[in-house]
Ligand binder design. Structure first.
Ligand SMILES: [Zn+2]
Ligand SMILES: [Zn+2]
Length: 305
């Protein structure tokens, strides 16, 4: 029985006191001892927390006690152990960054039409539809919807520079999706601004789709920004698509390199993990700072507390 919870949440809402709020929230999280990764910005909140159900409840009550955040949607998953080892609450101007030319975008003013998971599932295979994965390459490579297109972006900030590649699809309906929905709020707004006439977004992202539909037609695994690295999000017709970075064999495992100065996130099979002692290459294996091999393959990012 999984005894811990991980909550994923966001809300775009103007927070005039964002910096101060971030300080307050960090103090609160440290006081109750919940592990998390949260960004507070002038445009809202974006984060994930993990802990016992009691701790998570305490956290959600604290957040929603602020009326600006009273209706934040917490997407919950059960997990074997807390998904974070540290408590991070940071202030940033934006909670999702698309770069300077999109700083004016406000999803509360304009954004793509929400598609609930069932509707997304029905629509995604239509002829007049194209599915756009708005996440980064590492996430796309770990898993994605069948037939989804991707713009080969290393970071979300690169999306505006690649939008030209979508020109051939201008007469199609564009269905955007990401992990929990936050990036599509902006990506879909941006596409609309660029003249794409029909832009939709998967409400609540892959995570909500999995929980509502069982995850049909999501190939591979879902990359997550915590110590699980990837999670399973398809109970209907799961497949493995990632290939070992070292030997090229198909493997569901995605790990980070045991050399803290490399820290590469990549698929690595158990055999290669064992042989290279968790490193991504022979050079990394011999690195003096290489961390002790952990078969689970997750090493905490060095130098951050
Ligand atoms: Zn291998
Ligand atoms: Zn490495």
């Amino acid at each position: 029985m999984k005894q811990y919870q991980t909550l994923l949440f966001y809300k775009y809402v103007k927070l005039a006191d964002a910096e101060e709020y971030a300080t307050r929230l960090l103090r609160f999280c440290k006081k109750i001892g919940i592990k998390c990764r949260i960004l507070i910005g002038d445009e809202g909140i974006n984060g994930s927390v993990s802990g016992t159900p009691e701790l998570c409840k305490e956290f959600t009550e604290y957040i929603t006690s602020d009326e600006r955040l009273s209706n934040v949607w917490f997407k919950m998953e059960w997990v074997d152990e807390p998904s974070f080892v540290k408590t991070h609450v940071r202030y940033r101007k934006e909670i999702v960054t698309l770069g300077d030319r999109t700083a004016h975008l406000d999803p509360n003013q304009s954004t793509g039409q929400y598609l609930e998971p069932e509707a997304f599932m029905k629509m995604k295979d239509r002829e007049d539809v194209v599915i756009l994965d708005t996440r980064n390459t590492i996430e796309f490579d770990a898993g994605h919807f069948k037939n989804a297109i991707h713009l080969n972006i290393e970071t979300f900030r690169d999306l505006p520079t690649k939008v030209g590649e979508l020109e051939p699809y201008k007469d199609k309906k564009i269905l955007t999706y990401c992990t929990g929905g936050i990036r599509c709020e902006k990506a879909s707004a941006y596409l609309m601004e660029q003249g794409f006439p029909e832009v939709y977004q998967l409400h609540g992202g892959i995570l909500n789709y999995y929980q509502k539909t069982g995850g049909k037609d999501f190939d591979g695994k879902m990359y997550v920004f915590d110590n699980r690295i990837v999670t399973d999000v398809n109970d209907v017709n799961p497949t493995i698509i990632s290939k070992c970075y070292v030997c090229g064999n198909t493997t569901p495992r995605i790990v980070n390199c045991a050399n803290p100065e490399c820290n590469l996130h990549a698929p690595m099979c158990e055999d290669c993990g064992e042989t290279l002692q968790g490193a991504c290459s022979a050079t990394c294996m011999e690195h003096p700072r290489k961390r002790e091999y952990n078969p689970k393959g997750y090493y905490v990012k060095p130098g951050v507390s």
